[in-house]
Design a protein around this ligand. Sequence first.
Ligand code: CU
Length: 386
Amino acid sequence: MAEQTSPRAPLTGERETTSPFGAAATRRSFLRSTAVTALAAGVLGACKQGDAQSARTAAGKSGTPSDSDHSGGSMAPHPVTPAAAAAAMTPEQARANADRMDAMHEKGVKAFPAKTAGKGNQRLDPRVQNGVKVFEITAKPMKWETEPGKFVDAWAYNEQVPGPQIRVREGDRVRMIVKNELNESTAVHFHGLELPIEQDGVPFITQPPIKPGESYTYEFTVPEGNAGSHMYHSHLNAAKQVGLGLLGAFIVEPRRPRKIEKVDVDYVMILNDGMHGYTLNGKGFPATEPIVAKLGQKVRIRFMNEGMMIHPMHLHGMHMTVIDKDGWAQPAPWRCDTLNIAPGERWDVIVNCTNPGTWAFHCHVLPHAEAEHGMFGMVTALVVQK
Ligand SMILES: [Cu+2]
């Protein structure tokens, strides 16, 4: 099985542009599908404008991200609803309006995958001490670039959002040393692992809080039969601490992988919707990372939701075969093209890359993915290379 790739492929090789959406054939097919979406959005927009407005207001008040939280937009506010404005436009004005919007959409798509400082979810190799896999993580504040030029306050493990990826095997002895360099207490919960209670990471239930300046050591044997896609995250003031970035993937590889698990690309996709906006692995479109595979290859995607909302992830062009929920094998693999990922859930899917091209891959709660100035937030692509 291949390691998780760092898919920089669109930036190298035979492609002429820096954007995987730039290749003419794939671009045409991509634009065909987005044209339909845009048409539907326009129709829906006419009747949903009021709802969207009140949703934005409510979201702003509750501190959750809204489509005005990201930096991509530079529109003047509409004096009237888009539907009323459209009705009042001359054909020339409508054309100019479309050109203005399309230029913003095109700019975002052409910028993908945009470079930003910092990359989360990088695999952390343990130090092996007397047969124990030792991981050290430090929680501290930093600035994190979610989109080009957009730096947000983050609380991060080892200066990564998401934190470093931990990968162990069933039966491994694991020691995790957590250092707190925050101005609040913290604690780490191993979400999905069935551990002895003193290792569960819940302050005042299973341990004292880890105070600023202190270190705390967790140590456990990963239970047999507990393989799969799990997570680790803060379990103190979690809406803030996890929202600011104190989270990561904790993957347990099985001793005996199933045949269906033998894949070419193993990709972790962590969803979040806290103070950094709508993000995939700590970045918003166009700074999200494309998943890259060759025609005929199999890709495993491990969805993990560390946010506070449901995100139905939708892949264009090919279906997903769901194999695991929260690390547990499904009674039988089942197929879908849109998969709800609720907070705390992990879903593992396999995609057989049978359809070449650059396929949009996004959350289908549309205000998490696309606005008048273009796509943003929870949008990436699956690139199937011929
Ligand atoms: Cu979403």
